[in-house]
Ligand binder design. Structure first.
Ligand code: FAD
Length: 318
């Protein structure tokens, strides 16, 4: 069976990201799954169990300073060398900021086609892409080379398929061009008690209607009571109410939780692009005509400063 490479998205602190498990699940429909771990020393050993749980039968481990000491570029070099050697049927990479850069560089190095933001990938390499902020769906195929496809987080539900992966060490030699940008310091993101936004099963997001950074406490409180992550609309982020890394939408993160609560968010198409596949959507907005209500399963028309504390009170009683 043809080999399919999955470039692993993971971090030492958070472990293997859910999008990686989604890619492993998708890759199983295309061939024999090999995971490519590119990171610091010991990364493959740290992630091997999880990767095996979701069907990786082989792990290629490119580890150490040559990979990890520079920004992104050596990772693309490592994958390109591997592709030339093993001639896989496809390469799957996460549609994250780093993943897209690896994919772009890889496609250039191999003079190969590239598809980004796929939500499905058929066995014949046809990718389903969501475009124009979710307004249209396109089916596309790479016409030159092998399918190099980036997969959007939260596209599918990952399914385990236990395997015992063999680990093969890769010798990665970063080129001079790869070494043009160097990592000078790593500061681990403060890991609070809340789940990671793109992986959370409950997300509570606030918009411009929250009206101030201070008032975002209302959003945080309900998120904490529900054990969820906090998100924000771009208007809230641009107004300085909440940090950028929590932005949900076309130019932010894509979430697909079991429950999405939109507080003081109008429901612009660019916001919907990042949350419309959520299983159940609850909206709180004082404007009964707000477009978010077209999408919501449950809506409360009212002032968030009254509705949300009341909801919090009710949850606390349970
Ligand atoms: P608004 O549209 O101003 O809505 C605020 C809502 O709060 C209103 O519906 C109002 O009725 C309600 N409200 C006000 N006060 C209260 C109250 N006291 N109680 C209850 N409700 C109240 N946006 C994103 O979110 N994510 C993106 O990734 C993103 N990417 C973009 C990319 C591009 C290229 C462009 C052009 C735009 C992008 N946007 C994005 C911006 C998007 O178009 C909207 O401007 C933005 O989503 C609006 O945010 P909002 O709903 O918080 O604010």
């Amino acid at each position: 069976m043809a080999e399919v490479l999955v470039v692993v998205e993971a971090s030492q602190a958070a472990g293997v990201k859910k999008v990686t498990l989604e890619m492993l699940t998708i890759a199983r429909g295309l061939g024999e799954v090999s995971a490519v771990v590119l990171g610091g020393s010991g990364a493959a050993a740290q992630f091997a169990e999880k990767l095996g749980e979701y069907g990786a039968t082989k792990i290629y481990a490119g580890e150490g300073e040559e990979v990890d000491g520079y920004l992104v570029a050596p990772k693309a070099t490592a994958v390109a060398e591997l592709v030339k050697r093993v001639q896989p049927a496809a390469v799957l990479i996460a549609s994250s900021q780093e993943g897209k850069e690896i994919a772009g560089r890889l496609a250039v190095k191999l003079d190969n086609g590239l598809l980004t933001d796929a939500v499905e990938l058929a066995a014949d390499g046809t990718a389903t892409q969501v475009v124009f902020a979710g307004a249209a769906i396109v089916k596309s195929k790479v016409t030159k080379g092998l399918p190099i496809v980036t997969i959007r987080p939260n596209s599918i539900t990952p399914e385990p398929a236990p395997a015992s992966p063999a680990v093969e060490q890769l010798t990665v030699v970063a080129t001079d061009a790869d070494k043009l940008t160097k990592v000078v310091e790593r500061v681990a993101e403060q890991k609070g008690s809340r789940p990671e936004l793109t992986e959370a099963s409950i997300v509570v997001s606030g918009g411009r209607g929250v009206a101030s950074a201070d008032n975002f406490k209302v959003v945080e409180e309900i998120a904490d009571l529900l054990g969820g992550a906090v998100g924000a609309s771009r208007a809230a982020v641009d107004s300085g109410y909440y940090p950028h890394q929590f932005q949900v939408g076309q130019t932010g993160k894509t979430v697909s939780p079991q429950l999405y609560v939109a507080i003081g968010i109008s429901g612009a198409i660019q916001h919907r692009a990042g949350m419309q596949t959520s299983k159940t959507i609850v909206a709180v907005n004082k404007d009964a005509e707000a477009p978010i209500f077209e999408l919501a399963d449950y809506g409360v028309v009212g002032d968030l400063n009254k509705v949300v504390p009341q909801a919090a009170e009710e949850i606390r009683k349970r």
